[in-house]
Write a protein that binds this ligand. Structure first.
Ligand SMILES: [Zn+2]
Length: 262
C-alpha cells in the first residue's frame, strides 16, 4: 500500500492566526508549521504501522515550504514548492488512499478557523455543478479522478463536518472547535496527535468502505471573485475556455477534475 498525506497549516490544533492576516503573516505561523509536521508524523506512523510500504507527504499550504523537514518521519518522501500543474502532484492510481491533515472549512463558513478557499483575497465562492465547494471536496475530487479515495481528514469541527457532507465514509479527527474566524476551543496538540494516529489506523482498517469522490462529468466550474478586477484579470491569466458570466463570475466546463488548478 502506498499513501499520500496532504498537509495544510490552518487546521492543526491550537492554530488560529491573527485577524485580518493570512496564516503565513500571523504570529502563530511557526507554531502552525511545527504542529502540522507532528500531526503529519502521527498519520505517517499509523500508515506504516498498517503496512504501508510508501508514504508521500505533500506540503500543500501556500508556497509549499512550511514543514519542519528535519523533524519529519524519515521514511516519508516529500513533495514541496509551488508551480505544479495540478493538485496532488505525482498522484496516480498506484496509491491506495489520501490523508488530509490540517485542512480548513470553505470560505464563508461561520465560526470556522481561517476559513477560505485557496485564496482569502480572491475567491468568494467556487461551485462545481452548482454546488459550493471548498478545498476538501476539490482536492478530494482531483484524487477521485485517479480512483484514489480520501480516507481521513483532520480539521476544526466545521472542516470535518464539511468533509463528511461530501465523503460520509471517511474518518475524521476534530482538532479544535471554531468559535470565530480567529478563536477556538482547541484540544491539546499531544491529544490531537494521538487521536490522528488512532484515526488513521482505523481509516486504513476500513479502507474497503471508502470510495473515490467523483463529480458528474462534464464538470461545470464557476468562480465568484471578491472584486470585479480579479475576475477580469483571471480571464487573462487562466487557460483558454473560461467565460465571464457576471461582473465577478467566470465559468468553464471541463471533462476532468485533473484540469482544475487553483
Ligand atoms: Zn493553507
Amino acid at each position: 500500500m502506498k499513501f499520500i498525506i496532504s498537509v495544510d497549516c490552518e487546521g492543526p490544533a491550537c492554530v488560529v492566526g491573527n485577524a485580518g492576516k493570512a496564516l503565513s503573516a500571523s504570529r502563530d505561523y511557526n507554531f502552525a508549521c511545527r504542529e502540522a509536521t507532528l500531526e503529519a508524523n502521527a498519520a505517517a506512523r499509523a500508515l506504516f504501522d498498517s503496512g504501508a510500504r510508501e508514504v508521500w507527504i505533500w506540503d500543500s499550504h501556500g508556497q509549499g515550504l512550511n514543514l519542519c523537514i528535519d523533524q519529519l518521519d524519515k521514511r516519508c518522501k516529500l513533495i514541496l514548492g509551488k508551480g505544479f500543474t495540478c493538485r496532488f502532484p505525482g498522484l496516480d492510481n498506484s496509491f491506495s488512499g489520501v490523508v488530509m491533515i490540517g485542512y480548513h472549512a470553505m470560505e464563508g463558513t461561520k465560526n470556522a478557523i481561517l476559513a477560505h478557499t485557496y485564496s482569502s483575497e480572491s475567491y468568494k465562492n467556487i461551485r462545481v455543478n452548482g454546488q459550493t465547494v471548498g478545498e476538501i471536496a476539490l482536492d478530494g475530487a482531483v484524487a477521485g479522478e485517479f480512483d484514489v479515495p480520501v480516507i481521513f481528514v483532520s480539521s476544526d469541527d466545521k472542516g470535518c463536518r464539511e468533509a463528511l457532507t461530501f465523503m460520509p465514509w471517511l474518518e475524521t479527527v476534530v482538532t479544535k472547535q471554531g468559535m470565530g474566524r480567529n478563536c477556538a476551543l482547541s484540544k491539546h496538540p499531544h491529544m490531537v496527535q494521538e487521536e490522528i494516529y488512532s484515526g488513521v489506523l482505523k481509516a486504513v482498517n476500513c479502507i474497503h468502505q471508502t470510495k473515490p469522490l467523483k463529480f458528474k462529468s462534464p464538470v461545470q466550474l464557476e468562480i465568484d471573485f471578491k472584486a470585479v478586477s480579479q475576475a477580469v484579470k483571471a480571464l487573462v491569466y487562466r487557460r483558454r475556455g473560461w467565460r465571464l458570466v457576471g461582473p465577478r463570475t467566470i465559468t468553464k466546463k471541463i471533462e476532468s477534475m485533473r484540469e482544475w488548478i487553483c
